[in-house]
Design a binder for this molecule. Structure first.
Ligand SMILES: NC(=O)c1ccc[n+]([C@@H]2O[C@H](COP(=O)([O-])OP(=O)(O)OC[C@H]3O[C@@H](n4cnc5c(N)ncnc54)[C@H](OP(=O)(O)O)[C@@H]3O)[C@@H](O)[C@H]2O)c1
Length: 423
């Protein structure tokens, strides 16, 4: 039996549950997709930057060869920030299609509303470690994405990490409507206003990090130096290792455990990469690293052990992860939990044999505490910062300024920064 789906503004149907694939590569990713297909998943979320489109493609092709119909599978990919120039959009989409072995994408998203310098370096930075952006409005990119639909390469296009103002710009000025906005959302980051807005405009919301990446890092130490941030984000392995070595030799005393390469940032004080279970927008004092104990102390403990979630899970004989996912599905938000573990891929799919009561839905709604896991630092300093205006549930400017101790651009999404269609 097909799993429940939502209807996109294009008329197409999009399964409410998909498999997330970031940080899954090569054989792990291939195996995860094969397992998911066997279990019944028909929706896969990828992106050029995940560097796993070939692995997903291999798994899909094998299943197409034994009878799986292309039209029964929903595949999403995303345009990375270095491909925003209108001349780069078509080649980027074609390259994703080639790697996936598909003729069309069901959905192609603009990964972020910010453009980076063109080229094959996903995280371009200058000699000083500063990220290099391209001063290009996302509407220029959006227009090029609209052409992909005309050319039949994408059945639908959408956005990701866009706030209400930015969505408003696309809805007002675009020829085609974004079918989806994919954003971080879980019980600690309900995105209630954004969801209300999307629903009113007929745009489907997809929740990434729907179970808040248990066990991985969301370091929320106070990061105050722009350089450190960019260094962490942009010249990843090389710079990180060099910085670590250098700082380590200074003998600073911080608690450190093994880094999780894709999502760890060096501490601004000691330079070490620390690991915490989760990190919310309620950081411990500078230099203090979140251990489980500290996480509790600062009220930032793990979502999956939240007493409200665990209580509901016991009532239904379900796991906390299933409750988090069901809460989203029940409010018509698409979820794309990532797992490469067969038992979890299965667990995350067992959502359609129980219902949360109104009281339970409302109890989970109340858990919202502006808890953001994915702080994309490089975007934070852009004048097209996605999370500030009209998205205050996640990040408001004053709080952010205080938090990161940097001066954020004043004209964020202001009228002067708006795009006007060419006359
Ligand atoms: N548009 C964007 O900017 C953006 C940003 C981030 C993510 N995404 C998309 O959203 C997807 C999901 O987000 P995410 O991967 O960051 O976070 P997530 O799905 O909330 O968490 C994934 C992590 O949880 C573990 N896990 C999965 N199921 C579990 C369960 N039932 N119980 C306990 N642990 C479980 C996984 O481990 P194992 O794999 O080891 O099982 C993995 O480490 C991504 O894969 C990606 O496709 C999009």
């Amino acid at each position: 039996m097909a799993w429940p789906a939502v209807r996109l503004c294009t008329g197409a149907s999009m399964p409410l549950l998909g498999l997330g694939t970031s940080r899954a590569r090569q054989n792990d990713c291939y195996q995860a997709v094969k397992t998911a297909l066997d279990i019944g998943y028909r929706h896969f979320d990828t992106a050029e930057i995940y560097q796993n489109e070939k692995d997903i493609g291999r798994a899909l092709q094998e299943n197409f060869a034994v009878g799986l119909k292309r039209e029964t599978v929903f595949v999403t990919s995303k345009l990375w920030m270095t491909r925003h120039h209108p001349d780069d959009v078509l080649p980027a989409c074609q390259s994703s299609l080639t790697d996936l072995g598909l003729d069309y994408l069901d959905l192609y998203l603009m990964h972020f509303p910010v453009a980076y310098a063109r080229g094959d370096n996903f995280l371009p930075c200058d000699d000083k470690g500063q990220r290099v952006t391209l001063d290009l409005h996302f509407m220029e990119t959006w227009q090029a994405m609209e052409n992909l639909v005309d050319a039949g390469l994408a059945k639908a296009i959408g956005v990701s990490n866009f706030n209400i103002s930015q969505m408003e710009e696309v809805l007002t000025n675009g020829r085609l409507k974004p079918a989806v906005n994919q954003v971080e959302s879980h019980p600690y980051l309900g995105c209630h206003r954004l969801l209300e807005y999307c629903t009113a405009k007929g745009v489907v919301m997809t929740a990434f990090c729907p179970i808040a990446r248990p066990g991985t890092t969301g370091v929320m130490v106070r990061v105050r130096i722009r350089f450190t941030v960019h260094q962490a984000v942009s010249s990843f392995e090389k710079n990180r290792r060099a910085a670590l070595e250098e700082k380590r030799s200074r003998g600073k005393n911080c608690t450190v455990t093994a880094p999780t390469p894709e999502s760890s940032f060096p501490c601004s004080r000691c330079g070490r990469v620390c690991r915490s279970r989760v990190g919310w927008s309620n950081p411990p004092p500078e230099g203090v690293h979140q251990t489980s104990e500290e996480a509790e102390q600062y009220g930032v403990g793990s979502l999956l052990s939240d007493p409200v979630i665990t209580e509901i899970s016991k009532t239904h004989g379900k796991t906390p992860a299933q409750v988090c996912l069901k809460w989203q599905v029940q409010r018509n938000v698409v979820v794309i939990p990532k797992s490469v573990t067969p038992a979890r891929i299965k667990e995350n799919s067992q959502l359609f044999d129980f219902e949360l009561s109104e009281d339970e839905m409302s109890a989970v709604n109340k858990l919202d505490k502006n808890g953001r896991l994915m702080w994309v630092w490089a975007v934070l300093f852009s004048k097209r910062l996605p999370w500030v205006r009209d998205y205050p549930e996640t990040l408001d400017p004053d709080r952010t300024r205080k938090l990161v101790k940097v001066r954020l651009p004043k004209k964020i999404c202001s009228a002067g920064n708006r795009w006007s269609p060419p006359k």
